[in-house]
Design a protein. Structure first.
Length: 186
């Protein structure tokens, strides 16, 4: 698939997933979020003090809530959340909770667990993001041994997504029904 075809296909897929997420009833969304938060809490149980976790703060349309971040923090982990600093820049970070000072993009390298927002992920670990490229640029700073985890709904783990040269494969998907190993990186 050439680059232009991949870009068009990704745009179509983004629109489809966004529409499906918007169509969820409040009850279905709450049940999904509770289940994702519970799965994140299971991940948090095995971590311990001093562990560094990077996570987005889920929006209304993204699976999970800030309760998943709280589960990591309550377990003693240092939680980093992204800060958008420019249209074509990698993400900066700050410690959660709080409004502390911005930390440079390289701070992501401290995280052993990186929860990444996604609209979909395929079985090989290709992630479909929102299209801004912030995470694509930022994952270059992740430790090569870090566990990279897409946070998606169960039906958003698909067989195949268009992959471009800048896409970094993820090794795991966190869904309402569990954490699944993908064919990507650690």
């Amino acid at each position: 698939m050439d680059s232009h075809s991949a870009i068009r296909r990704k745009a179509t897929l983004r629109a489809q997933v966004r529409a499906a997420r918007l169509a969820l009833s409040d009850a279905a969304r709450a049940a999904r979020d509770d289940a994702v938060d519970a799965q994140a809490a299971l991940l948090a149980e095995g971590l311990g003090p001093g562990y560094v976790v990077s996570s987005h703060i889920p929006t209304r349309l993204e699976p999970g809530t800030d309760r998943m971040l709280a589960a990591f923090a309550e377990g003693g982990a240092r939680v980093l959340v992204p800060v958008v600093v420019g249209a074509d820049a990698p993400l900066a970070w700050r410690q959660w909770p709080g409004d502390g000072p911005g930390l440079p993009p390289e701070t992501l390298g401290e995280a052993a667990l990186v929860l990444v927002p996604a609209l979909a992920v395929d079985r090989l670990g290709t992630r479909l993001g929102q299209g801004g490229g912030h995470y694509d640029r930022s994952l270059a700073y992740a430790d090569p041994g870090a566990r990279l985890v897409a946070v998606v709904d169960d039906d958003e783990v698909v067989d195949e997504l268009p992959r471009e040269p800048h896409d970094r494969p993820l090794g795991w998907a966190l869904t309402p029904t569990g954490t699944r190993r993908l064919g990507g990186a650690p």
